[in-house]
Design a protein around this ligand. Structure first.
Ligand code: NAP
Length: 330
């Protein structure tokens, strides 16, 4: 099996979880870490046994022994950092939110195409076994036509929270940080909404402290999505059809449990997803997929395609437009 050599760009919180999960990916090796600070890169490298420590991101993208770079900086910097990697012929797995807006996302995708280099959004939930099980139930029609969805994601950031959560230049706000999971899940079941209504409560810095959106569809379906930094929510999702519904809980984007209930005839409800049998945080599935794509010489994932990312970004733009959330990058 061809070994895929990974580098991490930005050694923050999620980079550590991802680095830890790479140990469960056969044929993958974390060989390099780039940080703005030598001290941080050094600590990261010691913790994860990384061979190449780079002061700054330029040095990382020039490392000839790196095949693919995981961009783990705040979303306001993804455009700049993904382009830096792509222009140096490095494949990229870029954290969510992929960019600040669809214009930036398109520029990143265009650059990947020009350079003929792999680029994928790290929407890890799509690669978990739970996601596939739920999709199969819906596709088989077990729930009937889906008429409504509810998805909420909320937490109160613990001190000291990362500056990126509230800093406008870094893409702060609940929508791009966590509301994106609501958007991803609703799109994956109901598709592109025909109408979007949205409103938000501004935080002290002007970014959205909380954001509520309603998606309306010409076939009558409605979805309600809510994200917040001011309360700890259940972070559950309900997918409701004419025959039954699924509740994904407790974290719908990587649930341990999905309960399916039928309205009539059958009174049973069943727990369809057992607790994780694999160790790790759940990021190993997407990393495995990226390795497989690279071994096959692909420049785009067939699972998390560029069009999927553009649809998410375009939908986030529409929500922001309706709710009055603006960034300098717009
Ligand atoms: N998939 C998931 O489950 C998940 C979970 C959490 C976050 N995320 C995403 O991952 C990204 C990073 O989130 P995080 O929680 O890891 O953030 P974080 O802890 O603040 O780490 C971000 C890292 O980016 C680098 N960085 C470069 N320029 C920066 C700047 N101007 N300000 C702050 N940091 C800067 C820093 O690394 P160096 O100092 O080493 O250069 C920093 O440690 C975000 O886009 C977020 O949405 C995804």
């Amino acid at each position: 099996m061809q070994k895929i050599r990974w580098g991490v760009l930005g050694c923050g919180r999620i980079a550590k979880k991802f680095a830890s999960d790479l140990q469960y990916v056969q044929g993958a090796e974390l060989v390099a870490a780039g940080s703005r600070s030598h001290h941080i890169a050094d600590e990261f490298s010691k913790e994860f046994g990384v061979a190449h420590i780079h002061d700054g991101y330029e040095a990382l993208v020039n490392d000839k022994e790196v095949d693919v770079i995981y961009v783990a900086t705040p979303h306001g910097l993804h455009h700049q950092h993904a382009l830096l990697c792509l222009r140096h012929q490095k494949a990229v797995l870029c954290e969510k939110a992929f960019a600040m807006n669809s214009r930036q996302a398109k520029e990143m995708i265009d650059a990947a195409k020009e350079e003929n280099v792999f680029l994928m959004e790290a929407l890890w939930s799509k690669f978990t076994p739970q996601y596939e099980i739920v999709q199969q139930i819906i596709k088989k029609g077990e729930l009937g036509e889906i008429q409504s969805m509810f998805a909420n994601f909320g937490f109160i950031p613990m001190q000291p929270y990362p500056s990126r959560l509230y800093e406008p230049a870094l893409g702060g706000g609940s929508l791009l940080d966590i509301g994106i999971y609501n958007v991803f899940y609703v799109l994956s079941v109901l598709g592109r909404p025909d109408i979007i209504e949205a409103s938000m409560t501004p935080a002290h810095s002007g970014v959205d402290e909380q954001c509520a959106a309603t998606f309306r569809y010409n076939n009558g379906a409605i979805a309600q999505l809510f994200s917040t930094f001011s309360s700890n929510l259940a972070t559950e999702a309900d997918i409701c059809g004419r025959k039954g519904r699924i509740r994904l809980t407790p974290r719908f984007y990587n649930p341990t449990t999905a309960v399916i209930e039928f309205y009539s005839g059958r009174t049973d409800s069943k727990e369809i997803i057992p607790h994780h049998s694999e160790p790790g945080f759940g990021y190993q599935y997407q990393a495995r997929h990226v390795c497989e794509c690279l071994r096959q010489g692909l420049t785009e994932s067939p699972v998390m395609a560029h069009a999927d990312t553009l649809l998410i970004m375009e939908t986030l733009d529409r929500i922001r437009h309706a709710a009055g959330i603006r960034y300098e990058a717009d």
